[in-house]
Write a protein that binds this ligand. Structure first.
Ligand code: PMP
Length: 420
């Protein structure tokens, strides 16, 4: 986590050195783009993968590949052990109480859809309300909207201020006996805001309302402790935290997961099937129909090991300094407006340039080897709030450096030369 206001000093010098040396763990970063050293600032979209993650997946396919849970042969047992071992790693990574609370899914999007469908079908009825925030990614809006349309429930929105911070008093006002669930992001992908999840959860729980946290942008930056947050559900994708695409996690408190109906039907999620009646498997398998992304799961396990090696506290410190540095530098460029100036920010610098469409910034930066993202970042309500069609977004990860920020700033000056 980082604030754009001032650097702090939590991590040890030793930790910082360990991180500074980690860039060479990422083979993709060694390439030139358009003849320039690649500056990869599109980490909020997806992060790059360290060699250990790539190797773990190759090793799995070379030596262990087999289907899991059902096999009685050597390879199947090895693959099952490896895959279930990752569940234990995820449990420890999130500090969940029980590994039955860890459901493997395709990513954050599927995790949220799972809860919307399953929890929604069991607990939400016509006239009820679901509370999301104004800064949500579309994947934490649309599944709830679909549910509301189907059931005749209403989607309510927690507003934010012009710094991109949620209005907690407004939130309190919106909570009522009609509210069936609160679904809110830990870190905004469009603004970088880190939300006060513990407080939001406590206020909802005071009224007996469960909370789902979209952690897609938090896990690569912040140490997440689901017991400390006391959230009821927590969703994330492996690919934003140095793991592969196509795999992610839904954490859910057992008391909810036990009660919730299955999300999808198929192999592995059943105990017995007859045409008259099917009984469902125990947790977490009840929610894991079909052959999962086993190789991806192995990659996620390797990414968690890697993050342990590096130390998340040290990552926070480094990214904090980088964001502070980039924020100071970008504000020296005439006509730049930063979108998202919350006190608590992590890893994201969203901005516009006066008189230049954000979509025109990206291609010029690309010619300089700098990869950023331009667009609405799947958060159109955020764009609406700030009265912009889109923003340019630089997003940082543990392998980024101040020298890269300098190259990015130089490239922005080129944008002004060409288009300004
Ligand atoms: N929530 C947030 C805050 C995100 O940034 C993203 C990805 N941009 C998602 C959810 C969806 O993640 P995925 O596409 O990996 O399912």
């Amino acid at each position: 986590m980082t604030t754009a206001s001032a650097p702090t000093g939590v991590a040890s010098f030793h930790d910082i050195l360990r991180i500074a040396g980690c860039r060479h763990h990422f083979p993709l970063l060694r390439q030139l783009v358009n003849g320039k050293p690649l500056v990869y600032f599109d980490n909020a979209a997806t992060s790059q993968k360290p060699q250990v993650v790539i190797d773990a997946m190759v090793r799995y396919y070379e030596t262990e590949n087999s289907n899991i849970h059902r096999g009685v042969h050597y390879l199947s047992e090895r693959a099952t052990q490896a895959y279930e071992g990752v569940r234990t790693k995820v449990r420890d990574f999130m500090h969940a109480e029980d590994q039955r609370e860890i459901v493997f899914v395709r990513g954050a999007t599927e995790a949220i859809n799972l809860v919307a469908h399953s929890f929604g079908r069991r607990y939400v009825h016509a006239g009820d309300e679901i509370l999301v925030s104004e800064m949500e990614h579309h994947s934490n809006i649309v599944p709830w909207q679909i549910l509301c349309e189907e059931l005749g429930a209403t989607l309510k929105v927690i507003p934010m201020n012009d710094r991109g911070e949620l209005l907690v008093e407004e939130y309190e006002r919106l909570l009522s006996e009609k509210t069936k669930i609160v679904a809110v992001t830990h870190v905004s992908n469009a603004l970088g805001t880190v939300n006060p999840i513990k407080e939001l959860v406590a206020r909802a729980h005071a009224r007996g309302i469960p909370v789902l946290v979209d952690g897609a942008q938090a896990v690569p930056h912040i140490r997440v402790d689901v017991q400390d947050l006391d959230c009821d559900f927590y969703a994330f994708s492996a690919h934003k935290m140095f793991g592969p695409t196509g795999v992610g996690v839904l954490y859910g408190k057992r008391k909810w997961l036990e009660e919730m109906p299955p999300y999808q039907g198929g192999g592995d999620m059943i105990k017995s099937v007859t045409f008259e009646k099917t009984t469902y498997n125990d947790l977490p398998y009840k929610f894991e129909a079909g052959t999962p992304n086993i190789g991806g799961g192995i990659g996620l396990g390797a990414a968690i090991d890697y993050l342990h090696e590096i130390d998340l506290n040290a990552i926070q410190q480094l990214e904090h300094d980088l964001l502070f540095y980039a924020t100071e530098k970008i504000l020296t460029i005439p006509g730049v407006r930063i979108i998202g100036t919350a006190q608590q920010k992590a890893g994201v610098l969203s901005f516009t340039m006066q008189g230049i469409h954000p979509h025109d910034i990206g291609p010029i930066l690309d010619l300089e080897g700098v990869a950023i993202r331009t667009g609405h970042h799947c958060a159109q309500p955020v764009m609406k709030h700030f009265g912009v069609p889109a923003t340019a977004r630089a997003s940082f990860a543990l392998y980024n450096t101040k020298e890269e920020v300098d190259a990015f700033i130089k490239a922005l000056h080129k944008v002004i030369e060409v288009l300004g």
